[in-house]
Ligand binder design. Structure first.
Ligand code: ADP
Ligand code: MG
Length: 696
């Protein structure tokens, strides 16, 4: 309690330090989205500066989230020269509100050419400013949105804020129809559970693949993996607890509600979950969590890996994105109610989500794309690459009944009569757990489980917010015109249930039967990133994003290009790293070993003509054969990369990286991993899986 939020310029600090009027005006901007008065900005800037300097800050930065998915900052000191050769510490309202970083060096997908480099950052006063303490330097960080000179969003925050606004607008329309006159704003609330790996830094440093790509591109499986299930929620090692303690202290100081921590299923894998908050702040906080996990790990002689699949053969990492709808006066719209009236409203919002997920499944699928996630989805460790919704027994039954012409009984209770006013009382948390579902209703929220561990949660939430805004707007359009609200609602819910129940699936998502069944239902099964990304620029996507003013066609095209490029560049870096390691580390180790064997055969034979050297000979043959096929696979990878590089058109290039380069990488790895299991441990240049996963 003593230090929670001490590094945040939060509401209580503002109340204390701002004149009453300025505080009120700023609150109006934050809560109601009213324009910010420049005079108020001046006052806030000054108060912020004084507060920061008292806490030791010398610099400030606009902290933003470019399309790299990481955060960006350019520090500026507060100093301003005086005529006497001294300095004053200054920070103006203008500096608070607006920054002008060079936009050309960030990915823009063609939105900014190098010669028109100007970009702007704009203060997001809905997310509080905070202090970063690093290496003895304290920096005031101001969360900002980042856009081009012509106003296109170049970042992950702007579309998120826009999508939240769109969602709020449509949700309020629906609430008014249900007679709610008190709520004025609806927010999407998000709680992202962050998974990560830790490993000893001394192993990390010897693995160029981990250093450059975040995952092991080679490595034979350790004799023991995760099969005993003895790591999951097991007693946490002292070294790791000490690390977690320091992470928590850093996070709490930043006002981040770090709450849950535990060992995950894979050895050396862990999870941290904060208490949920509004999507915008949750996204900022998650970016900070990832940053702090990495930085604190270094201090403990550890390295934190956020990659989706650092190690083959054990589970990878994801980020469960818990999502719900909350009003400014404290209602959770996904909470089943106590009265039939509340339940009609609940079922309406629930139906809006079900419809949205069914209609825009492809878009949701794109929203969780990054090169790392391809190793997880559909690999029986994370949800399949097919989107479906888990509702649980009772709600699935209600949906079925709605589809069949109205509600007659609830699985939980006695029979009831048809009609909106007589919907059953729903038992809270009646849903069972289903770990295989990509989009599961868990009592009063949805858990989107496909999100990759290293990705910003902005994208997935932009999509959920926007598509739900769309289905809510369709519902509002219908009901606002209705002659009889109850009848029309009944009809509407029936229609949604009938048309979209195909997306509801409560069974085992890992089974092959589901792949068959989902095909029969006509659900899309998108297996790779190159297959997914074009859905970003489909007619349907452009239409829904433009309608709700979340992303323009141009902005969507830029994101399409950025994602394709991200894929291409990542695979290319991985391929180049493999080539380097094979040529300069793995092949030399193999050659040394065969030379040793040959020398041994010769010297043993020399020593005694009767000596048996069949072991050395057998291993020599095996090793040299493996070396030969390793070299062949290396040549193939080099050829594939050359071919991919020569392709100009971005989509074709991506396909080539996926179909040719990625496949060649897999083939090369098989040979190298075989070699690892033969070659003398002393000669092997890379730390093994057993060392990395178990010696923490
Ligand atoms: P589990 O691992 O069982 O899914 P955790 O406790 O690890 O559960 O994480 C659940 C996450 O869901 C937490 O971040 C929590 O704050 C969040 N959460 C709980 N209720 C809501 C809600 N109404 N809206 C959004 N997120 C929520
Ligand atoms: Mg979870």
């Amino acid at each position: 309690m003593d230090y929670f939020g001490v590094n945040v310029f939060n509401e209580s600090v503002m109340r204390e330090r701002l004149p009453k009027n300025a505080f009120k005006s700023l609150k109006n901007t934050i809560n109601k989205g009213l324009p910010l008065d420049p005079a108020v900005a001046e006052i806030v800037a000054n108060a912020m500066k004084d507060w920061a300097i008292e806490k030791g800050a010398t610099h400030f930065t606009h902290w933003f989230q470019p399309m790299t998915g990481a955060t960006a900052e350019k520090h500026e000191s507060f100093i301003s020269p005086t005529t006497e050769g001294k300095v004053l510490m200054e920070f103006s309202g203008r500096e608070l509100i607006k920054g002008e970083p060079d936009a050309s060096s960030f990915p823009s997908g063609g939105l900014r050419a190098t010669f028109e480099a100007r970009g702007y950052t704009a203060w997001d006063c809905t997310s509080p400013a905070f202090l970063k303490e690093e290496g003895g330097v304290v920096t005031l960080c101001i969360p900002t949105a980042f856009c081009s000179y012509t106003g296109e969003a170049l970042d992950k925050k702007t579309p998120l804020l826009r999508s939240m606004e769109a969602l709020s607008k449509q949700a309020i329309r629906v609430l008014r129809l249900f007679g709610n006159e008190t709520s004025s704003n609806v927010k999407s609330n998000v709680g992202p559970e962050q998974e990560y790996f830790l490993l000893d830094r001394k192993f990390f440093e010897k693995r160029l693949d981990l250093v450059l790509t975040g995952r092991t591109l080679f490595g034979a499986m350790s004799p023991k993996g995760q099969e005993l299930g003895d790591h999951y929620c097991g007693s946490i090692k002292e070294r790791v607890v000490a690390f977690m303690k320091e992470v928590n202290i850093e996070l709490w100081k930043l006002g981040i509600l770090a709450k849950t921590q535990h060992n995950e299923l894979a050895p050396a894998q862990f999870e941290l979950a904060p208490i949920y908050t509004s999507a915008n702040i949750a996204t900022d906080h998650n970016q900070l969590i990832m940053d702090i996990l990495k930085k604190v790990a270094i201090r403990h002689g550890l390295v934190c890996l956020l990659h989706e699949k650092p190690f083959a053969g054990v589970n990878g990492s994801g980020k469960h994105n818990n999502w719900s709808l909350g009003t400014d006066d404290g209602l959770n719209l996904l909470e089943p109610g106590k009265t039939p009236h509340e339940n009609a409203q609940f079922l309406t919002f629930l139906s809006a989500v079900v419809k949205a997920v069914d209609v825009y499944a492809e878009l949701l699928r794109v929203s969780v794309e990054n090169p790392g996630n391809e190793h997880r989805l559909g690999a029986h460790e994370a949800p399949p690459a097919i989107i479906s919704i888990f509702l649980g027994d009772q709600l699935s039954d209600i949906f079925e009944q709605l589809a069949n012409g109205g509600l007659k009984s609830s699985k939980q209770g006695g029979s009831i009569t048809v009609g909106v006013n007589t919907l059953p009382t729903l038992a809270k948390d009646s849903t069972d757990r289903n770990r295989t579902s990509p989009f599961a209703f868990t009592g009063n929220k949805f858990e989107f489980r496909m999100v990759p561990s290293s990705l910003s949660v902005s994208g997935p939430n932009v999509v959920i917010n926007t598509i739900v805004a769309e289905t809510l707007s369709q519902i509002a359009d219908r009901l606002e015109q209705a002659e009889d609200f109850d009848t029309e609602l009944q009809l509407l819910l029936k229609e949604i249930a009938l048309n979209h129940k195909r997306i509801i699936f409560d069974g085992n998502g890992y089974g092959e039967e589901w792949v068959q069944e989902s095909r029969k239902r006509g659900l899309p099964h998108i297996k790779s990133m190159v297959e997914a990304v074009p859905h970003l620029i489909s007619e349907k996507t452009i239409q829904v994003f433009s309608k709700h003013k979340v992303l323009s066609e141009k902005e969507l095209h830029s994101r399409y290009e950025i994602l394709m490029e991200q894929y291409i560049k990542n695979i290319n870096i991985e391929a180049q790293t493999m080539i380097y390691m094979t040529k300069r580390q793995i092949i030399p180790a193999g050659i040394k070993y065969v030379s040793n064997l040959a020398a041994s055969i010769n010297s043993v034979k020399n020593a005694s003509a009767d000596a048996v050297v069949s072991t050395q000979e057998a291993i020599l043959i095996e090793t040299s054969k493996t070396l030969a096929s390793l070299k062949e696979k290396l040549n193939q990878l080099e050829m594939a990369t050359d071919e991919a590089k020569s392709i100009e058109e971005i989509y074709e290039k991506g396909v080539c990286y996926h179909d040719r380069v990625f496949m060649a990488m897999k083939a090369l790895r098989i040979e190298a991993d075989t070699l690892e299991t033969i070659v003398d441990e002393e000669l092997w240049p890379l730390p093994t899986y057993a060392q990395m996963l178990f010696m923490l």
